[in-house]
Design a binder for this molecule. Structure first.
Ligand code: 13P
Length: 292
């Protein structure tokens, strides 16, 4: 059964942990990330970027997800990451995913609010949850986003807009950025605390790759209950492939399935410690009971 992103994140908020929300690229990384969640008995949110949806197609991704998560005891949700494009949202709503992140951070506030309310109405009618972003998380990821902060609002404005749009999860700017950090970021767990005092809606931390266990702990203690990870998967994937190819070249032995094994092991190995740091290990059974 496909889990609800908002229900998972609410359980995390109530129990003081964050649900890992991991971007995957293909069946290999999908199965490796699912294996990490099963290994640790953790709830999981699988995320796809718009770029991956466009290159692989909604139908194939949906089938891959359903196959990879069939008969699992851990709850797994399927989420569309940063999407400013309403036609892609139409597709995944029709395909029955768990949720979408409607990224309206490139629009002015009036337009962002109006369009977010429309997406929420559309998604809720089909049983999907909506994560809302109206300030932008700095950094370009898979072709979406900006390296400069375009819009910034007060936490009161964020909570009020969420009340009016009915969005289920909120993605505020918290000092983090997508991609590898070139300089130590100024993190804003206090801002989470302020926003959490104004709303029960789960708060999402973007730009998880490169933060420390202490950083995650501070954000979770402040009220974050969904943490997004993408770059760590890409780096583990590509480094394992590169290392495999170095050896293949040296030995002149070319065997793709053995490279797939190396890549899968590296991706699972990159995700396991993060799931542990988020405090999500062992919560699968409790959340499955709570959301049934
Ligand atoms: P990283 O690529 O920094 O892990 O950020 C992931 C993310 O926030 C996806 O929305």
């Amino acid at each position: 059964m496909i889990a609800s992103t908002a229900a998972l994140a609410r359980h995390g908020r109530e129990h003081g942990y964050a649900v890992p929300a991991v971007n995957v690229l293909d069946d290999l990384s999908l199965r490796a990330v699912v294996a990490a969640a099963v290994h640790l008995q953790a709830p999981l949110i699988v995320q796809l970027s718009v770029k991956t949806v466009r290159s692989t197609g909604t139908e194939l991704l949906t089938s891959m997800f359903r196959y990879a998560t069939r008969d699992l005891t851990v709850p797994v949700a399927l989420h569309l990451d940063h999407c400013p494009d309403r036609s892609v949202i139409d597709e995944v709503v029709a395909a029955g995913w768990s949720s979408v992140l409607f990224d309206a951070s490139d629009r002015d506030l009036v337009t962002a609010e109006r369009e977010t309310a429309e997406v929420v109405a559309q998604a809720h009618a089909a049983g999907l949850d909506v994560e809302s972003e109206i300030e932008n998380i700095v950094g370009v990821e898979d072709g979406v986003g900006s390296d400069v902060a375009l819009h910034a609002y007060s936490v009161e404005q964020l909570a009020e807009v969420a009340d009016r749009t009915g969005a289920d999860l909120l993605a505020p700017q918290l000092g983090t950025a997508h991609g590898e950090y070139r300089a130590r970021p100024v993190l804003l767990p206090e801002r989470v605390r302020e926003l959490a005092a104004l709303t029960d809606r789960p708060i999402v931390l973007h730009g998880g790759t490169g933060l420390s266990a202490d950083d995650f702990a501070a954000f979770i203690a402040a009220g974050v209950s969904k943490i997004n990870i993408s770059t760590a998967v890409k780096v583990a994937y590509m480094r394992a492939a590169a290392a495999h190819l170095d050896v293949a070249r040296e030995r002149d032995k070319w065997d793709p399935p053995s490279m797939f094994r190396d890549v899968a092991a590296a991706v699972e190995g990159a995700i396991v410690p993060l799931v542990e740091q988020f405090g999500a290990a062992g919560h699968a059974r409790g959340v499955a009971r709570a959301v049934r």
